[in-house]
Write a protein that binds this ligand. Structure first.
Ligand code: ATP
Ligand code: MG
Length: 653
């Protein structure tokens, strides 16, 4: 019982722990789930809304950079245009176009002048399209660079600028040459005052070298690269699907570090002539990503802080009080103590739960008390039967003794004595007769004296047995309300007393052996009357078992010991006999009410049942053991022995 209780309590502890863990885990899982959902939404917003928006900004930045390059190229062309116009509207040039004066050309049209103008090509074309004078060179090193454009006598018939010869308007464009792309501008040759008629065109060009491209990039504050020139064959570069569409002449690409914008520039014929690429570093995206990542990091950090905080708060406000209520409920369920209360001083739902639980336990305790009282009332009849059984046990030897005494008294020669006395009193009684009568009276007196002595002993015994009956009658019911009287009991003495109320027929069949241990442990503080009645039952049963085994006499041996159980001293009293023994299947059934193997012989199967009930009521227990039929039986009784300090108003047995 006790062990079972402990096991289930520890079991409950594990369950409690699991339960606690479960709720906690559920909360953590729930919060984590909510957080993950939140993080997912945040990630989705970042990836699908913010980052694409930033990428768009980056694309726009790259396109703007390319526009600045476009403007840079246009600016370079405009610069050339200004120089060409300046040179075209100059009286000396105007004259040179007519007289082809060599001095003018030697003085003004030389590599130094071109270097100062930072141009690669200079040419004068008359109104028929004939190239009057031309020179081309590297603008930095002044190395001659013969251009195929000027290698012919006249401009080709389809050359777009031949129109300029007629309308005399300044123009500029890109021209593919054998040395690369030429930024070229034409201006009409006028008289120095801006008046015509025009005498031809002045052509100024600057080769778009890598250095030149870099310079344009530097002015536009971006990084630009000349990625392709299409001066031969004029093929459309592969990455551009169609060069005819102006819209698609700009193409975007991206690397991990930069957004790239490719732009195809067209020449004077409208053909693709070169591709410039702008590389805009992806700083916007890098910043955006860093922002999104740190926002995510912040969210995770905030979640962890919130989770820890929440768990701490929940631990204090929910988990711990709940665990306390549960622990309490389990302890009450596993044990038997209905006196403890939770008394949680809280005003929330857990407080209400706890106080309701306390109220329930109080109600339960009250109900149990009532139930015990009721069952006690109900058990009274049952117990009375046991008491009657004990009285029956005590009455049997009493009535036998009375019958024997009656028989002895009946056979006493009372009438003969009376007759002899009356004869002796008569005067006419002869002396011989008188002598005989005297002799008779003397013998009869002796016999009567013996009879009276024996009767006196019998009556003494009968008086003791009557006291036993009185005791059995006054034996109080085992109940919480009726405290059994605890007395200091000398064990050997109580066994002798028990033997006295055993029927003679039984007593004659047993040799009682009282082990020294009974003397050693005595006195013990116990319910003397109950103990005596129990021992009486055991002796009668043992005698009956010895008789049933077909033996004239048998041994009944008592041993005792004090042992500690649950911190309390208990008496272990054992009674072993050499009777029939007990079948294994009956070893527990013998304590059932009405179980008897001796039915029909005046037995009713109440003795051991009463013993068990009475001993249980004292907080003890009784059980039997036997090696089987023919090996005798042993009865074991354990009862608490109250220390003398706790036993009030006691007296030795
Ligand atoms: N010492 C013993 N040896 C063998 N069997 C026993 C012994 N004591 C009791 N028993 C068995 O236990 C049964 C129940 O015993 P119990 O004292 O309760 O009833 P009973 O002796 O049969 O009848 P009652 O005591 O009411 O006159 C007995 O019938 C017997 O079979
Ligand atoms: Mg019996």
């Amino acid at each position: 019982m006790l062990r079972g209780g402990h096991a289930s309590y520890f079991g409950a502890g594990v369950e409690l722990w699991e339960w606690n863990l479960k709720i906690r885990t559920k909360v953590v899982v729930l919060l984590t789930g909510v957080f993950l959902l939140f993080a997912l939404i945040e990630w989705g917003v970042g990836e699908m809304l913010l980052l694409p928006r930033f990428e768009q900004i980056e694309n726009e930045n790259a396109l703007t950079a390319m526009k600045r390059i476009d403007a840079g190229v246009s600016q370079a062309l405009d610069g050339l245009q200004v120089s060409a116009t300046d040179w075209g509207n100059w009286a000396d040039t105007y004259r040179f176009m007519e007289d082809h004066n060599k001095d003018f050309s030697q003085e003004n049209l030389n590599p130094i002048a071109m270097k100062q103008l930072h141009i690669s090509a200079l040419a004068f074309i008359d109104l028929d399209g004939k190239i009057i004078w031309s020179l081309s060179q590297d603008p930095v090193t002044s190395t001659p660079l013969p251009l195929d454009l000027f290698a012919v006598d006249s401009l080709p018939a389809d050359f777009p600028w031949t129109d300029n010869l007629r309308d005399a308007t300044p123009r500029h464009s890109l021209i593919a040459t054998n040395h690369g792309v030429l930024l070229a501008a034409v201006a009409p040759i006028l008289d120095g005052y801006g008046h015509g008629p025009s005498r031809g065109l002045v052509v100024m060009g600057r080769l778009l070298t890598t250095a030149e491209v870099k310079m344009i990039g530097a002015k536009a504050q971006t990084s630009v690269t000349l990625t392709a020139m299409h001066i031969v064959g004029r093929q459309i570069p592969k990455f551009l699907p169609d060069a005819t569409s102006v819209d698609r002449s700009t193409q975007m690409a991206a690397t991990a570090d930069a957004k790239q914008v490719y732009r195809v520039f067209r020449d004077i014929f409208g053909q693709p002539v070169m591709t410039l690429r702008v590389d805009e570093p992806r700083t916007v995206m890098a910043h955006a990503r860093a922002t999104v990542t740190s926002a995510m990091g912040f969210t995770i950090g905030a979640f962890v802080v919130v989770l820890v905080f929440l768990l701490l708060v929940l631990d204090r406000t929910l988990f711990a009080p709940l665990a306390k209520v549960t622990r309490h409920a389990i302890a009450i369920g596993a044990g038997d103590d209905l006196t403890t209360r939770l008394n949680l001083e809280r005003r929330d739902e857990i407080g209400t739960l706890a106080s309701e639980f306390d109220r329930m336990v109080a109600q339960l305790s009250e109900s149990r008390r009532q139930l015990i009282d009721n069952s006690f009332q109900a058990g009274m009849a049952e117990f009375s039967r046991g008491v009657l059984h004990n009285i029956g046990n005590a009455m049997t030897p009493l009535s036998v003794r009375v019958a024997k005494l009656h028989q002895q008294l009946r056979t006493a020669p009372v009438e003969d004595i009376e007759r002899a006395l009356s004869e002796c009193g008569q005067d006419n009684t002869p002396p011989d007769r008188r002598a005989d009568l005297d002799e008779f009276l003397r013998l009869a007196s002796g016999e009567m004296a013996g009879l009276v002595k024996a009767a006196e002993a019998d009556v003494g015994m009968m008086m003791r047995q009557a006291t036993m009956v009185q005791n059995a009658l006054s034996e109080r019911l085992p109940s919480p309300n009726a405290r059994t009287v605890i007395e200091a009991v000398e064990l050997p003495a109580i066994i002798h007393q028990s033997l006295e109320i055993v029927p003679d027929s039984c007593r004659d069949q047993v040799d009682i052996e009282i082990d020294r241990s009974l003397q050693v442990v005595s006195p013990v503080w116990a319910a003397r009357t109950v103990l005596r009645l129990v021992i009486q039952n055991l002796i009668i049963n043992a005698a009956e078992a010895i008789r049933a085994a077909g033996k004239a006499r048998g041994i009944v041996r008592f041993t005792a010991a004090i042992q500690s159980e649950g911190g309390r001293d208990k008496l272990l009293l054992e009674c072993e006999d050499s009777g029939t023994g007990i079948e294994p299947q009956n070893i527990q059934r013998i304590f059932e009410r009405g179980f008897s193997t001796k039915l029909g012989k005046g037995n009713s199967g109440i003795g051991l049942h009463w013993c068990a009930t009475a001993i249980n009521a004292l907080g003890g227990r009784i059980w039997a053991s036997s090696e089987g039929p023919g090996h005798g039986a042993k009865f074991h009784i354990v009862i608490p022995v109250t220390p003398p300090a706790e036993a009030a108003g006691s007296k030795a047995a």
